[in-house]
Design a protein around this ligand. Structure first.
Ligand SMILES: C[S@@+](CC[C@H](N)C(=O)[O-])C[C@H]1O[C@@H](n2cnc3c(N)ncnc32)[C@H](O)[C@@H]1O
Length: 459
């Protein structure tokens, strides 16, 4: 049986034994296995057989031949690759050809790579860009690449923007990434979030975790229409974007809701809040990262399947909704997560590391919480996970829809700071009463402000 070890041995013999081995094979799988096992190629490698394989009728073989030709670097011959590109129908092979030519790093290939920039396949364009970017500080290359900042494909635009147009945006007077303003630390403001945020500076919070009102499904807020509701959330998350530090996260807990029917001659109406909200968030510079599903026990949710259980008639199927979404977004940036992490000192990074037992999937099984005063509070376990996975110790955690203050109390228990807004006086007072009961709220001072008091605290 052919092994990688044997193939490596033949490769280093250097007298064309690999070519003979490939030529003796009838089975495509074995040829591909040999080609995939070649690894680095020695300088005296007999590569002619690779060029013959460019006309093989199996795309996997052609792809691996092109890949290996790429490893010959400046010794590889561009002409047969270009000839194959002209009539190749397999897109992976075409991309590999561009990558192979790029890897040669030959100035003479620049015009060929410029040509690939006009290809319809954005992945080919990206490969060509990659091949061209090795010519650092080359004016001619820059002239060809810069116009692609207006390319129709978003990946292409992002690469070019980052390479040529992104400037250090950090303002001189803004705070270091890991820090925030004292007047926002452990503060709850009893006000409409949009009013309170007028006084919050740009780039001051590290993480937002929130559960917005469920349109008109609960009693605490009423909107004249669904469109008005979505536009309100749009504004809140635009403002949240402004006050969020570069590259940091927003996690929004929502779920589709149901508004009961007006009478028996009408049907009830479902609203897909997470799906309708998503386009607004993306439009405003929130990059979609993940969807986490919060799974509740069936016994804890409203029974919708009862009718169907009786009649069993198709179309009348209404499953019990045991899930809510945690939609995870990141404030768009050219910086990698590493940049965010490097903003913290060694001790903070070590102390914030997530302990064993963390959730490994995007399905989080957590029991919901019921409360005598507030009808929609977060379970502490849900807050704990979000705060531990998406923030560092000492970070400022924001909840625009504070409710009973679960995000604040949990943030505090995890050595984070918090800033909450809550419009309803009864929930604001409830939070204050919880502060008295709770050990966690007691040991460090929390400021409960009216809007005017908050304005004064800033001055
Ligand atoms: C789903 S609840 C949040 C519950 C919270 N996660 C908790 O654990 O208690 C939404 C909250 O947003 C509040 N709210 C609604 N509109 C608001 C606004 N414009 N500004 C501030 N709070 C608002 C409601 O009063 C309600 O308490």
């Amino acid at each position: 049986m052919l092994t990688k070890k044997y193939i490596t041995e033949l490769k280093y013999r250097g007298n064309g034994d690999i070519a003979k081995l490939v030529q003796a094979q009838r089975d495509v799988g074995t040829i591909v296995f040999i080609l995939e096992s070649l690894g680095q190629l020695p300088s005296d490698f007999h590569a002619d057989f690779l060029y013959s394989l460019l006309s093989h009728n199996h795309a996997q073989v052609r792809l691996n031949a092109v890949k290996n030709i790429g490893k010959l670097n400046e010794k590889s011959d561009t002409k047969p690759l270009l000839a194959l590109y002209q009539h190749e129908s397999d897109t992976s092979v075409k991309r590999e050809i561009v990558s192979s030519i790029g890897r040669q790093r030959k100035c003479i290939n620049k015009p060929i790579l410029y040509n690939f920039l006009n290809d319809e396949d954005p992945k080919i364009v990206c490969q060509a860009i990659r091949g061209l970017l090795v010519f650092e500080n080359d004016k001619e290359v820059a002239e060809h690449l810069k116009p692609l900042v207006n390319h129709k494909n978003e990946m292409v635009r992002t690469v070019i923007y980052k390479e040529y147009f992104a400037k250090e945006k950090t303002k001189k007077d803004s705070l270091p990434h890991a820090e925030t303003y004292d007047f926002l630390k452990n503060v709850v403001v009893n006000a409409d979030v949009l009013e309170a945020l007028k006084y919050v500076p740009d780039e001051s919070v590290h993480l937002t975790f929130t559960s917005p009102p469920y349109y008109n499904a609960r009693d605490y807020s009423i909107y004249p229409s669904y469109q008005v509701y979505l536009e309100f959330l749009d504004k809140v998350f635009q403002e949240t974007h402004r006050i969020t530090k570069e590259g940091r996260f927003l996690i929004v807990n929502t779920s589709p809701i149901i508004i009961p029917r007006v009478s028996r001659s009408h049907s009830s109406k479902r609203y897909g809040i997470p799906f309708d909200l998503h386009p607004y968030l993306v439009k405003n510079g929130w990059e979609f990262i993940d969807d986490i599903v919060w799974l509740k026990p069936e016994a804890s949710v409203k029974n919708r399947i009862g009718g169907f259980m009786q009649h069993r008639k198709p179309l009348g199927y209404k499953p019990n909704s045991v899930t809510e979404y945690l939609m995870v977004y990141r404030k768009q940036t050219e910086k990698l997560l590493d940049w965010n992490i490097r903003s913290y000192d060694y001790k903070t990074v070590e102390e914030s590391k997530v302990a064993d037992g963390y959730e490994t999937t995007n399905i989080w099984k957590i029991d919901p919480c019921f409360d005598k005063v507030h009808s929609a509070i977060f379970p502490v376990e849900l807050c704990k996970r979000v705060i531990q996975y998406y923030s560092y110790k000492g970070d400022l955690i924001f909840d625009p829809f504070g409710g009973s203050g679960t995000v604040g109390r949990t943030a505090k228990s995890l050595d984070r700071l918090f800033f909450l807004t809550e419009q309803e006086p009864k929930y604001f007072e409830y939070m204050q009463s919880k502060q008295k009961d709770s050990q966690l709220f007691k040991d460090r001072k929390t400021n409960f402000f009216t809007l005017d008091e908050f304005k004064n605290a800033i001055r």
